[in-house]
Design a protein around this ligand. Structure first.
Ligand SMILES: [Fe+2]
Ligand SMILES: [Fe+2]
Length: 188
């Protein structure tokens, strides 16, 4: 890539010395702390999704898409409760910490709504945004399961594995809706 082709907000460091980040006060020193921090992050993200999914349902035209997201909304509420159980198992307070990644994905989802006409085209946009969200969740829960197992937190690992399976299922369902209906109509 020529330098002139790069987006101008991406800066290339001058040397590797510039890339070493100074940790903040209270930075994690153990895997357990990283695990708890990641749980707080996804707890915030799942709660944000509980608030955001009804808007996606309201903007969907395809009944199959609307019902897939509606169902995942109920599943997501249960995932919040499951995370609370994990916090309890670990003897930690259930508290959220703003997940910048999910905040960004939801912001992008809002822009997609604004930038598409309602109907099949907006539906295709909703599926695209939702699948990015599901993939983020799949990555997060995959890591959380691995952390829990490494730390010997097997009951937590079991609960997190259930959520991981639900996120994968939601993603597959979105692919089905896209392939079977929405993208075909959107391309017409
Ligand atoms: Fe979720
Ligand atoms: Fe999800």
């Amino acid at each position: 890539m020529k330098n002139s082709d790069k987006p101008n907000d991406i800066k290339t460091p001058n040397s590797t010395k510039d890339t070493i980040v100074k940790p903040v006060n209270g930075a994690a020193t153990s895997l357990r702390e990283v695990f708890i921090d990641s749980l707080k992050d996804i707890y915030w993200a799942e709660n944000a999704l509980v608030n955001a999914l009804p808007k996606m349902v309201g903007n969907a035209t395809s009944p199959a898409l609307a019902s897939a997201i509606k169902e995942h909304h109920a599943v997501t509420q249960n995932q919040v409760a499951r995370l609370e159980k994990v916090f309890e198992l670990l003897g930690e307070n259930a508290e959220g910490k703003k997940c910048e990644a999910m905040a960004g994905l939801l912001k992008e989802g809002d822009s997609i709504l604004e930038e598409t006409e309602p109907g099949a085209v907006r539906d295709a946009g909703i599926i695209a945004a939702s699948q990015k969200i599901e993939h983020y969740e799949i990555a997060t829960y995959g890591t959380l399961v691995a952390f829990a197992k490494t730390l010997g937190e097997n009951d937590s690992a079991k609960l997190l594995t259930q959520t991981l399976a639900e996120e994968k299922e939601a993603n597959c369902l979105l692919s089905d809706v896209a392939l079977n209906a929405v993208n075909i109509v959107a391309a017409e």
